[in-house]
Design a protein around this ligand. Structure first.
Ligand SMILES: Nc1ccnc(=O)[nH]1
Length: 468
């Protein structure tokens, strides 16, 4: 099939985890702003914001925590994005440079679990919105939304880019009106806010949860930049991504906190009440936008889950590549498991979502640190592409530097964790505040820097293998 066809939006993408050849590269860095704005203007982000006030902070402190968390998480997330055009391959494949060909399976497994968890939270909230819109039972809604996200994921990269661009305009308009309504009107069912002020533990959580929500994109953010020309300036990739995901994250989380402060019954019902203030038609448009938002983010989660499970599987069966049959063979099971998790999540969403997020973060932040230190400090963007796809390449089977930095970075977090399963002594001293992910990232990053330097003369790829 010709190259022009490979760029069409309504043809199933033919590439998967392989290096994207330079002649197929297309698009502009500003596309990324739309992808990440559209993807992040979604209900789970509102729910993440709601957790800050739900844990007892006043709105002012919640907003401060959200802003700090979003700035930090987005900084790391956008630094991963910047690798996409240069590397031209999915982010998790490139993890083999830090963890080794087989070693990369460890963070990969956690990444797949993370996508599934985000998926489930999104689909439940989306199904609630579908119920508000058309009284579709939540169970049926979960199935309908899952099917739609699966179709978008099957078409892949170009359709996802196009979808997020149009969606961006719609959700920006809808949330602008909602924000104005919330600020300027009094709504039926509104409660008088009880300002509970500051407490250290909830404040630290109000930093961590937003940071995690933003950083949750890190393992796949570069995938959506991997078809951009390799000459795309790294700073523009960084800033367009930062703008898209940062503005949407801060906006919707602050909105979520404000809704939680003034309404009972969760974010979907609260948005419905506010939207009805501008009439039934606007409320219907709002729910359509919310449903499309969930559909779109979950297409990304399935697509990310597909590429990650494919990376995992091809670690052992190297011959599998693109092709519709292989694509479906990975996408359908990922979507089915994700949908099933949605059913399990249905009843205690906010509580389980928060627990899920802090556990995910403990597993992801050491990976983020190792990956970023490797890319920006140790190897400075020089990678041997072929070696990513071979167990006998320069990156070896298991890279002890990456594995040790990752595992130790995870272990040192235990005393700092505070969740449904672990109550670490340091977290208790911090009034239950969980900042374990910061500790994990710093320890893993420093340790990897040290260990990789010791080994670098042994496994540094030859200079001729520069990607760009
Ligand atoms: N914040 C998020 C990161 C990754 N996936 C999501 O659905 N949401």
């Amino acid at each position: 099939m010709g190259q022009a066809n490979e760029r069409a939006d309504f043809l199933v993408e033919q590439r998967s985890i392989e290096f994207i050849p330079h002649e197929l590269r297309h698009g502009k860095p500003s596309d990324l702003m739309f992808v990440w704005f559209g993807a992040n203007m979604e209900l789970p982000v509102v729910a993440a914001g709601a957790t800050t006030v739900a844990s007892g902070l006043s709105l002012g402190w919640a907003v401060l925590g959200i802003l700090i968390g979003v700035l930090l998480g987005t900084l790391l997330m956008a630094s991963h994005s910047a690798q996409g055009p240069h590397l031209g391959m999915p982010q998790m494949i490139q993890s083999r440079a830090q963890f080794g060909y087989y070693g990369a399976a460890v963070p990969l497994i956690f990444v797949v679990l993370m996508y599934l968890g985000f998926y489930a939270a999104g689909v439940v909230l989306g199904a609630q919105a579908l119920y508000e819109l058309a009284k579709v039972p939540v169970t049926a809604g979960i199935v309908i939304l899952s099917l739609a996200s699966t179709v978008v994921a099957v078409f892949g990269y170009n359709l996802i880019h196009r979808f997020e661009r149009y969606l961006s305009y719609l959700v920006a308009a809808v949330f602008l009106v909602l924000t104005v309504l919330l600020v300027t009107r009094h709504h039926p069912g509104e409660i008088t806010p009880v300002s509970t002020g500051f407490a250290l533990g909830p404040f630290l959580l109000a930093v961590s949860v937003p940071a995690i929500s933003q950083l949750g994109f890190a393992p796949y953010v570069a995938d959506y930049a991997r078809y951009l020309p390799a000459s795309t300036p790294i700073s523009s990739v960084f800033w367009y991504t930062y703008a898209g995901v940062g503005v949407s994250g801060a906006w919707l989380m602050i909105l979520g906190a404000a809704l939680q402060q003034r309404f009972l019954g969760g974010p979907v019902a609260a948005i419905g009440t506010v939207a009805h203030g501008a009439g039934g038609t606007f409320a219907a448009i709002t729910f359509v936008a919310l449903i499309l938002g969930v559909l779109s983010i979950n297409a990304l989660n399935i697509y990310g889950g597909y590429m990650s499970t494919m990376t995992l599987a091809t670690t052992f069966y190297r011959r599998w590549r693109g092709g519709l049959a292989v694509r479906l063979a990975f996408i359908l099971p990922v979507a089915a498991v994700a949908t099933y998790l949605g059913f399990l999540y249905r009843d205690n969403l906010l509580g389980s979502f928060e627990t899920f997020l802090v556990i995910v973060m403990a597993l992801m932040s050491p990976w983020t640190a190792v990956n970023l230190v490797d890319y920006y400090v140790v190897r400075r963007g020089e990678y041997a592409v072929d070696a990513m796809y071979r167990p006998d390449g320069v990156y070896g089977r298991v890279n002890p530097a990456g594995m040790a930095a990752y595992l130790i970075g995870f272990a040192v977090q235990l005393p700092f964790m505070h969740n449904a399963y672990v109550h670490g002594p340091v977290a208790r001293a911090l009034d239950g505040g969980d900042v374990s992910w910061v500790v994990g990232a710093v320890v893993s990053g420093l340790l990897y820097h040290r260990l990789a330097r010791v080994r670098s003369s042994a496994d540094r790829p030859p200079r001729t293998a520069r990607v760009s």
